[in-house]
Design a protein around this ligand. Structure first.
Ligand SMILES: [Fe+2]
Length: 385
């Protein structure tokens, strides 16, 4: 995240001694996301972050394709995924390609018996239901309904939920998740025409420093294999850090929609970008105000994009029979558009309360068996009159 941030104590100069009050020095770690040129932070640990006790044999957790070359529109009834008490096992991958995985999850318990690190992917966790606290080695972030949690790859974390009723929409991105470049100036500052600004970005605000020795399990996802490493010290032993690489939260309710006299194209809803995909937020807003405007989207054929919409709340104007937690997939190669009646119904309407998250991928998505099992088989003919 291109805002400098600091928590706890750091020495005046980088790569110099940071002395412990009781004697000895803290152990510095450069924590970057792309080589030595991407965003990074400098962390100061009580103990060496390299004290491995054991590494267990990895378990293959790669998503598998039930349909690898898909051209069918699909509607997944995402709310039907089963809750699971384990945070990682609750994650049901539905769509994926070489750039990202898309998953749904209904974790019913906090993740507190082990730690998790995704070494493959930045994670964007959209909180559809639930609240709690994201705990990381660089500090904590409280979250509620509507928050996007953006967690850079390599970040060790746990997550606390306040209740057992939690619903998450998750994107695992194999490249850094960034704010749109066109909304940033040369210094990384968000520009005046951006639909959100730095005040909306919630950074970690409470650094826990836990100086403990023992056996601490960190589950690490790398190359789609889940490894289990036992460390000899508590992973959250950082006394201070500074830099640009850290998790943050952004509420979809803080996204300020861009509207116009006639229909505005999806890029006005863009919130994040990564290599080969974008994430957009469709938020409650006033409709187009030309006297003859048609607020519903025109049919469109972005021949090179697969379009995934995750329906969060409100009445979704262009779809019939859509409920919260549903996911539509409109693959590239064929046009898609509003359902019969939706186009006409939208004329003269003043506003919408719809809330949805869209992921547009520039390479085709593969479909898992879990997605097939969640899908409404009648969807492909739902435009017939
Ligand atoms: Fe679309």
């Amino acid at each position: 995240m291109p805002i400098y941030h600091q928590l706890g104590n750091v020495p005046h100069k980088r790569h110099t001694t940071h002395e412990k009050p009781e004697g000895g020095i803290y152990y510095e770690q450069l924590f970057g996301t792309e080589g030595f040129h991407g965003m990074s932070s400098l962390l100061y640990h009580v103990h060496r972050p390299t004290m491995i006790r054991s590494i267990s044999e990895g378990v293959d957790v790669a998503p598998r394709a039930a349909i690898s070359k898909n051209i069918s529109p699909m509607m997944l009834q995402g709310w039907n995924v089963s809750p699971d008490s384990d945070f990682l096992k609750s994650r049901v991958h539905v769509l994926f390609n070489n750039d990202l995985n898309i998953a749904l999850a209904a974790p019913s318990k906090s993740l507190d018996s082990y730690f998790y690190k995704n070494a493959d992917a930045d994670e964007m966790i959209f909180v559809h239901q639930g609240s709690g606290k994201l705990r990381t080695l660089v500090g904590n972030i409280d979250f509620v309904y509507g928050d996007y949690l953006v967690i850079p790859r390599g970040m060790i974390y746990q997550i606390e939920f306040n209740t057992s009723e939690n619903r998450l929409f998750i994107v695992e991105s194999f490249s850094p998740i960034l704010t749109p470049k066109r909304y940033r100036n040369d210094f990384g500052q968000l520009l005046e025409h951006a639909p959100f600004c730095e005040r909306d970005i919630r950074r970690p605000d409470h650094l826990e420093t836990i100086d403990q020795k023992g056996d601490y399990i960190v589950k690490i996802r790398k190359e789609n294999v889940m490894h289990e490493i036992v460390y000899a010290t508590h992973p959250f032993d950082v006394v201070g850090w500074d830099g640009y690489n850290y998790p943050y939260a952004f509420s979809i309710h803080d996204f300020e929609p861009i509207t116009g006299r006639v229909h505005q194209p999806p890029p006005v809803h863009q919130t994040f970008e990564a290599h080969n995909f974008v994430v957009c937020s469709f938020c409650p807003r006033l409709y187009d105000y030309h006297p003859k405007a048609i607020p519903a989207p025109y049919n469109h054929s972005n021949i090179d994009s697969d379009e995934v919409l995750y329906y969060v709340d409100g009445d979704f104007m262009s779809r019939n029979h859509v409920d919260k937690g549903y996911i539509s997939l409109h693959p590239g190669g064929i046009p898609h558009g509003p359902h019969p009646g939706a186009y006409e119904r939208s004329i003269g309407k003043k506003e919408t309360g719809e809330l949805a998250v869209m992921v547009d991928t520039f390479k085709p998505l593969k479909v898992t068996q879990a997605a097939v099992d969640l899908s409404d088989k009648s969807y492909i003919t739902s435009w017939l009159e």
